[in-house]
Design a protein around this ligand. Structure first.
Ligand SMILES: Nc1nc2c(ncn2[C@@H]2O[C@H](COP(=O)(O)OP(=O)(O)OP(=O)(O)O)[C@@H](O)[C@H]2O)c(=O)[nH]1
Ligand SMILES: [Mg+2]
Length: 431
């Protein structure tokens, strides 16, 4: 070998070039934490270049073709379609298949669905995903991030993966985000649960419900799997989407500088939060600069002249649906507020929900313009529904399957008119 190289020194040059190339490639993929994903992404990119050139590629098995927008433009006549048709599993000719996410070449926001869920909720979760995918995500391809206080089992992972073509992530919640902090007196917490059980307060008996509310109030936005996201959409098992969503709500948030979006608002049960408002007022007294200049206080308090010197009217955004900006929850003002509440102990000594905590924070620390009611997103979480009002925009157009008369907007229990009186958009037109 050495002799051969010495006889022809140019071979040494070839050997060095090949060696350097191998070294470069292996360093590139091993240094990156996502080496294999990057490799796959590169291969996918190469594949899509090939697709753009060739128009369509048959993927076996079955009559599945992949195509892109420019290729679609060429498919104008039956002859074109026949040319590009593919023989399917049954021997029939199939016109090219298209994936809406690929045709939609708009940039995406740094966003995803964040779901807190138990293994036992698999079927309800799959049902929620079916709606979210069909009504929205099959056109946009945002990832699903599942979080749990116990490890997800293989059945759950396989079951939800089957509901989407998008990326799925599965995260375990760190112990310190789902347990008693050392400043909490656990005997006192147990006493509260006993008293609230006697008083038949909803979820008053439940320890896990309190951990869930505390986690949703203070920690999900710190989870490592959410760190690359700016926006999230909270999805729960067993919900329904009732209207097509044909635009990207995350980009909508970004375009309009919106930090918090909701669909349904209602009153909280006062017995679950006896001291939350007083503790909040104490926080604001200590941090007056935390109040936004044009805040939405009028949503949560009835007299605009009285500022913080009045009672909380119990209105809150129903947080089982949220499209919001994670950077707001990670901000100094919100994290200081959460820490203040947490040290007060009301998540355990009372039964503070994440809905009033999020809602009070958004209403005080954000400007009105930074909060949005997604009037156009028809949504159902048992037992309540939001159905868009405008017949001409949402019902005669075939977008929605719901009855505006069933919408949880009016009636004393709900807080939609408190929002309309506060918001910049006001009440939507029913025509
Ligand atoms: N992993 C995990 N998720 C939970 C637990 N408890 C509740 N969740 C999730 O937390 C969210 C809220 O819980 P829910 O039980 O729906 O509470 P809720 O919406 O206030 O009450 P419902 O009206 O009964 O739906 C849902 O996404 C649940 O899947 C729990 O102990 N572990
Ligand atoms: Mg729920």
């Amino acid at each position: 070998m050495l002799e051969q190289v010495l006889r022809r020194p140019q071979r040494l040059l070839y050997l060095m070039v090949v060696g350097m190339a191998i070294l470069f490639l292996s360093t590139y993929f091993s240094l990156s934490s996502h080496g294999s994903e990057q490799l796959r992404a590169h291969l996918d990119a190469l594949k899509s270049v090939a697709l753009r050139k060739n128009g369509t590629v048959a993927v076996t098995p079955g009559p599945v073709n992949v195509t892109c927008a420019s290729f679609m433009e060429e498919l104008q006549t039956m002859d074109n379609i026949r040319q590009h048709a593919v023989k399917g599993f049954d021997g029939r000719l199939y016109p090219p298949t298209f994936y809406p996410t690929e045709i939609n070449t708009m940039p995406r926001a740094k966003a995803g669905f964040v779901v807190l869920v138990r293994n036992g909720d698999l079927e309800e979760m799959r049902s929620s995903m079916r709606d979210v995918e069909d009504r929205f995500n099959r056109k946009f391809g945002y990832p699903w991030i599942f979080l749990n206080n116990e490890p997800f089992n293989e059945e759950f992972k396989a079951g939800v993966k089957k509901m989407t073509r998008s990326e799925t992530r599965f995260g375990l919640i760190p112990k310190e985000h789902w347990s008693y902090p050392d400043f909490i007196d656990q005997d006192k917490a147990a006493d509260t649960r006993r008293i609230m059980t006697e008083q038949r307060i909803i979820y008053g008996f439940s320890e896990s419900y309190r951990h869930m509310c505390r986690f949703n109030s203070g920690f999900f936005f710190h989870h490592p799997l959410t760190q690359d996201l700016d926006y999230y959409w909270r999805v729960e098992p067993g919900i329904k989407l009732l209207c097509d969503i044909d635009y990207d709500p995350f980009l909508f948030m970004e375009l309009n500088n919106i930090k918090y979006g909701f669909t349904i608002s209602m009153h909280e049960y006062p017995l679950t939060i006896p001291t939350l408002w007083n503790v909040t007022r104490e926080f604001v007294k200590q941090h007056p600069e935390s109040l936004a200049k044009d805040n939405a206080l009028h949503f949560i308090a009835d007299d605009p002249k009285k500022g913080m010197d009045q009672e909380y009217n119990m209105c809150h955004f129903w947080s089982n649906f949220e499209i919001a900006d994670l950077r707001f929850w990670r901000s100094k003002v919100y994290t200081s507020y959460f820490d203040f509440l947490d040290h007060n102990g009301g998540f355990f000594y009372e039964r503070w929900g994440d809905a009033p905590v999020h809602s009070i924070a958004a209403s005080l620390f954000l400007n009105r313009s930074e909060i949005h009611h997604f009037e156009d997103i028809g949504y159902h979480h048992p037992p309540w529904t939001h159905c868009p009002a405008s017949v001409s925009k949402f019902h005669e157009t075939g977008k929605c399957l719901c009855n505006p008369e069933d919408s949880a907007d009016l009636g004393d229990f709900f807080c939609q008119w408190q929002w309309w009186r506060t918001s910049i958009e006001g009440k939507p037109d029913a025509a």
